[in-house]
Design a protein around this ligand. Structure first.
Ligand code: NAG
Ligand code: NAG
Length: 401
């Protein structure tokens, strides 16, 4: 499975340096500080998006009399867990609804969470889905499994039920975990909500939530827009995944649309890396991945970036480290896509104090990904991202807090 390979590479590269650097946040242990996301945000309507919506809706309403489906946008508030390590939102499944805290992940495509029949600690620490209590549940029965780079695994069977994000519902194939490795016990979310393309589905032929939502015409626009907040900038509150709309109040200027170069991940061309506007002569294909905490680039690009930062060093145990005093810096690293340079403030490179009294922090940018770079949350919490599946492109603009 592709996701496994890529995440394995990232995790292996980083684990070689440190077992403490929070590179790949699936799954992760510490969950103490959670900040509740809150307010609803006005949604943008696009009257240009048609697609025989009425017909689809009528059909769905006949099939699922318990739910009333209208073409709309779904706004899922996000919780920022353990400062900017992982973000999750609540998703309702079945009739009547059973709620799950799911990690929305553009770097994978399966939707999965624990089944009530699962007895391993990875499952019992979390909300578990009881299919017998859902009148809309349909058995599929095919086996399903995922594995991640840190050795964690989950497996079970596929089923079908109504999945509702912020009021937008589709009938969706879901993975019900009947076995989860222990690493999942301490993670803040109950499971994953994949937002990648369907070629990454672990069971071939399964359609993603967005495939279904677009085909069934339940979204106003074929997009998911992400406002990922940061503890440093605003206390980590107000985050949202907006299914089917774009919230213009969340960014400045215009969105720059960058074509997806290969569907699977949200893969795009990164044409340059800059330091305060100065080109560092680095470029690559990369993915925009809400499911990875940091930005992970090639060894050469990581070196070029950190060579520009006074006091940065590549520590054999910790990977790239930077002075924690960068938290007060107003300098920027930038990534150029579609002709526009998007900033990541150096303040966000001072990701987490090493805690050894050295005054150094794990850098928010690490090397080790010499093929596809990963623009993870350290990038996304500075830049509003629109995952436009209908047009196979990513819209990006500087975030407004
Ligand atoms: C965890 O949260 C509790 C209650 O909010 C707090 O008292 C405690 O100090 C926290 N522990 C850590 C390790 O942050
Ligand atoms: C870094 O970016 C911010 C926001 O885009 C900008 O206000 C600031 O001037 C930039 N810093 C430098 C040194 O260019």
């Amino acid at each position: 499975m592709k996701i496994t390979l890529l995440i394995s590479l990232a995790a292996a590269a980083v684990l070689a340096m440190t077992d403490a650097a929070p590179i790949n946040r699936r799954p992760h242990g510490t969950t103490n500080r959670t900040l509740r996301a809150g307010h609803a945000i006005p949604l943008t309507r696009n009257s240009n998006f048609k697609q025989n919506t009425r017909g689809h809706i009528a059909k769905l309403n006949r099939r699922y009399p318990g739910i009333n489906i209208l073409a709309s946008t779904g706004n899922v508030p996000l919780t920022d867990s353990n400062p900017d390590l992982e973000y999750y939102g609540t998703v309702s499944v079945g009739t009547p609804a059973q709620d799950f805290k799911l990690d929305f992940d553009t770097g994978s495509s399966d939707i999965w969470f624990p089944s009530s029949t699962c007895t391993t600690s990875g499952c019992t620490a979390h909300a578990q889905f009881n299919s017998k209590k859902s009148s809309t549940y349909k058995k599929d029965g095919r086996p399903w499994s995922v594995s991640y780079g840190d050795g964690s695994t989950a497996s079970g069977i596929l089923g079908t039920d109504v999945v509702n994000v912020g009021g937008v519902s589709v009938s969706q194939t879901i993975g019900l975990a009947t076995d989860e490795s222990s690493q999942f016990a301490s993670g803040p979310s109950d499971g994953l909500f994949g937002l990648g393309f369907n070629s990454l589905e672990s069971v071939s032929g399964v359609k993603t939530f967005m495939d279904n939502a677009i085909a069934q015409g339940v979204l106003e626009q074929p997009v998911i827009s992400v406002f990922m907040p940061s503890v440093r900038r605003n206390g980590g509150v107000g985050g949202e995944y907006l299914f089917g709309g774009i919230d213009k109040s969340r960014y400045s200027g215009d969105l720059t649309y960058v074509p997806v170069s290969q569907e699977g991940y949200w893969q795009i061309a990164i044409d340059d890396v800059g330091y305060n506007g100065q080109s560092l002569g680095q470029s690559s294909q990369g993915i925009v991945d809400t499911g990875t905490t940091l930005v992970i680039v090639s060894d050469d690009a990581a070196k070029a970036i950190h060579d520009s930062i006074q006091g940065a060093s590549n520590d054999p145990n910790n990977g790239w480290v930077v002075p924690c005093s960068l938290k007060d810096s107003s300098d920027n690293v930038s990534f150029t896509m579609g002709g526009t340079a998007f900033n990541v403030p150096l303040a966000d490179l001072a990701y987490e104090d090493l805690g050894d009294g050295s005054g150094n922090c794990f850098s928010g940018v690490q090397g080790g990904q010499n093929d596809l770079w990963i623009l993870g949350d350290v990038f996304i919490k500075n830049n509003y991202c629109v995952f436009d599946q209908g047009n196979s492109q990513v819209g990006i603009a500087p975030l407004v807090y």
